[in-house]
Design a protein around this ligand. Structure first.
Ligand SMILES: Cc1ncc(C[n+]2csc(CCOP(=O)(O)OP(=O)(O)O)c2C)c(N)n1
Length: 141
């Protein structure tokens, strides 16, 4: 956790000719969000997409899978668009699935770092767990 933004900065410094995008959970982004300042100062054209579920989604998924409930994994987030703009980066919000590609293209056209707030529904993972359990039961794995 926390590596995606600094990792993207390092990748862009080493390969400036390549397009670089960090994909990070909201919890992971908030661990090192101050590094946006580095990306702005170095004028790095990187895109940071934040998968926003206002929780430590992976841990919540595991807790629910094992204990049928979750504990101490939900939190509130800043407005990521406003946070990006306050740090002199560009901020975007994905409003619908259809809107994702055009938002990405616009973010990659920006000068300097761009942050995309992308809401996600982690409950899809619980459906995946149920499906996997059915498959394992069926084949007695
Ligand atoms: C430094 C560090 N602390 C804790 C963990 C354990 N951990 C793995 S995933 C995770 C939650 C990640 O939450 P988030 O970044 O919001 O992503 P999501 O799971 O919601 O997609 C945690 C706490 C870790 N991998 N690294």
């Amino acid at each position: 956790m926390g590596i995606s933004l600094p990792g993207a900065i390092a990748a862009k410094l080493i390969h400036p000719e390549n397009r670089v995008m960090a994909i990070t959970g909201d919890g992971g982004f908030m661990m090192n969000s101050q590094e946006l300042e580095t990306a702005v100062r170095l004028k790095l054209n990187i895109v940071v997409m934040i998968l926003n579920d206002s929780s430590y989604g992976l841990i919540k998924w595991k807790q629910k899978d094992r204990f049928n409930e979750s504990f101490c994994v939900d939190f509130t987030n800043p407005d990521f668009v406003m946070l990006a703009e306050a740090m002199h980066a560009k901020g975007f919000r994905v409003e619908s699935t259809e809107h994702l590609i055009e938002t990405l293209e616009e973010a990659f056209r920006c000068e300097g770092p761009a942050v995309i707030d992308c809401p996600v529904d982690y409950s899809e993972n619980e459906k995946l767990s149920m499906h996997l359990r059915e498959v394992m039961d069926r084949y007695r794995i």
